[in-house]
Write a protein that binds this ligand. Sequence first.
Ligand SMILES: Cc1ncc(C[n+]2csc(CCOP(=O)(O)OP(=O)(O)O)c2C)c(N)n1
Ligand SMILES: [Mg+2]
Length: 362
Amino acid sequence: MIDQTVVKKIEDMFPTYQILNENGEIVNEREMPDLTDDQLKELMKRMVYTRILDQRSISLNRQGRLGFYAPTAGQEASQLGSQFALQKEDWILPGYRDVPQLIWHGLPLYKAFLFSRGHFVGNQMEGINALPPQIIIGAQITQATGVALGLKKRGKKAVAVTYTGDGGSSQGDFYEGINFAGTFKAPVIFIVQNNRFAISTPIEKQTSSKTIAQKAIAAGIPGIQVDGMDVLAVYKAVKEARERAINGEGPTLIETLTYRYGPHTMAGDDPTRYRTEDLDKEWEKRDPLVRFRKYLETKNLWSKEEEEKVIEEAKEDIKAAIKKADETSKQKVTDLINIMFEKLPFNLIEQRDEYAKKEESE
Ligand SMILES: Cc1ncc(C[n+]2csc(CCOP(=O)(O)OP(=O)(O)O)c2C)c(N)n1
Ligand SMILES: [Mg+2]
């Protein structure tokens, strides 16, 4: 038998990083990020706004006014705490659930709605450093490594940040992407939002790995497991990963422990068939908004009135954005052909021209 001291078990090396506990108390004062009161309030504002956007998107979907929609409630700290640590020049490579990060990175709301409707304008990331949300699980991981290498080669002081889920971390692309990034010290941050389910498949059936963070070891890069319901811990972990990347120290893998309260998407899955009510309740107790609100209230930085103001603002913005999405001209076949390549090949030019004639006569 092999000497057991050379057979390593590393799973205990990844304790969960937390700053703010579920009662809204700072449990790790030393780790408190350097944020002003205004920045703390801004973080709260974004989480409240995004929760309302989620609720409205679900009802717009039910009214038939939106198409594809992947609910986000529960994941606000993971999504917005991480985006808050970025700069405009950083690139985001999101998955389908990561529309909130795009919005706070500069994507106009009406475009998010058009994306949901499958309209090409919703995939045009003009003026924002981002790729459209990836639907192919894991594909954004290798793409992010590529974008990061491009940034490095051009000497840019910017990083690429990509998001996937617990399910995504089982894909081949995940391992290829993190390994390649480690080898070339690409300035990229891999964020795995571990919401415990890949549609109906629980994390226990996804992997034998106790943490996803520990997968970083095989790629020779730092890995950290973060309380994904703690906006301060997520922010701090991403901020530091960004600094390391900018300083030429390469990528980081960040696992955020989180939960999606709603269904996987609005296409019809029923979470009560694969999750217990007890598990839902356990995670709702950890809600990122509740604990951060408590914390801010003890510092006199948040009030009911302020929250109401944000809710009203979100509702107004959503109303205006859905109107603008409705007013956007219908997608035509020629639009789809025109955006396919920078320079159209001759056969597509022929087809485009044929469709253009048809569209004229419509
Ligand atoms: C390559 C590929 N395989 C399967 C699917 C179908 N699919 C869509 S979402 C999903 C689950 C992904 O779960 P996870 O990565 O945990 O992300 P979450 O939806 O929980 O945010 C699957 C299997 C897909 N889109 N792409
Ligand atoms: Mg998941």
